[in-house]
Design a protein around this ligand. Structure first.
Ligand SMILES: Nc1ncnc2c1ncn2[C@@H]1O[C@H](COP(=O)(O)OP(=O)(O)OP(=O)(O)O)[C@@H](O)[C@H]1O
Length: 224
């Protein structure tokens, strides 16, 4: 694709309509999108345009009405619920606006949580993440003892500890002040480059979107 690397995400003709209490909301009307390994893409769009819906479908947290999603050579849309959960655990890194750390676990154990469950914990890579994310002095703390920026650095480390094919982030800096947001996103950009995974980030910020390799916009159910 854009950078000549293999495609890690391919979305074809994706459709999604929410039906509730007699109301139909046609959110995605045939979305197409490809992301190559190492490519960092910002997804923008007005509020309610379906950005989170698209991210959730790609993460396998919900099912589309039509179309196909492929993560490298695996077709997500062919998988059962448990198959999608396994693919999410083993291949995808997820980061949300609410940092979603596990309150009862230390920073060290939060960082290693997904890689241990996925059975791919790599002590050397774990150590490199701790160093690059500047978390060395915080490893014995609990999430409630961290600032927002520190918590999001842990969440990014947890997501990248499995060396995912694709990192998905939904407004990852939405709860951070501008300077902290810039610092956290710079770390994420560098770590994505280091791992060579694809990166898709939902953001309302044109300024932050401009720091990634490519910007796409969701409007009227389509990516223009
Ligand atoms: N589970 C649901 N049931 C019914 N409608 C939903 C559901 N989830 C989202 N919607 C509707 O689908 C549309 C798209 O929502 P979505 O959260 O994907 O938009 P968004 O672009 O991420 O918005 P924002 O920027 O405000 O976070 C909205 O009109 C929303 O009300």
């Amino acid at each position: 694709m854009a950078n000549g690397n293999p495609i890690v995400l391919s979305v074809r003709d994706l459709t999604k309509t929410y039906r509730s209490a007699g109301e139909q909301i046609e959110v995605l009307r045939g979305v197409n999108l490809s992301i190559a390994a190492g490519e960092r893409v910002a997804l923008t769009g007005e509020s309610g345009s379906g950005k989170s819906t698209l991210l959730h479908l790609i993460a396998g947290l919900d099912r589309p009405d039509g179309g196909e999603i492929r993560i490298a050579d695996a077709s997500l849309t062919d998988l059962s619920d448990s198959g999608r959960a396994a693919l999410r655990r083993d291949r995808l890194g997820l980061v949300f606006q609410q940092f979603n750390l596990i309150p009862s676990l230390t920073v060290e154990d939060n960082l290693a949580f997904q890689s241990r469950i996925a059975g791919c914990h790599d002590a050397a890579w774990h150590g490199e993440l701790v160093e690059r994310l500047g978390l060395g002095a915080l490893l014995r703390r609990y999430p409630e003892q961290l600032s927002g920026g520190q918590q999001q650095r842990v969440a990014i480390g947890r997501a990248l500890a499995i060396k995912p094919l694709l990192l998905l982030a939904d407004e990852p800096t939405g709860n951070l002040d501008e300077a902290t947001a810039d610092g956290v996103l710079a770390l994420a950009r560098d770590l994505v480059a280091r791992t060579g995974c694809g990166f898709l980030m939902v953001t309302h910020s044109v300024r932050l979107a401009a720091t990634l390799d490519r910007q796409i916009n969701l409007h009227a159910g389509l990516i223009a």
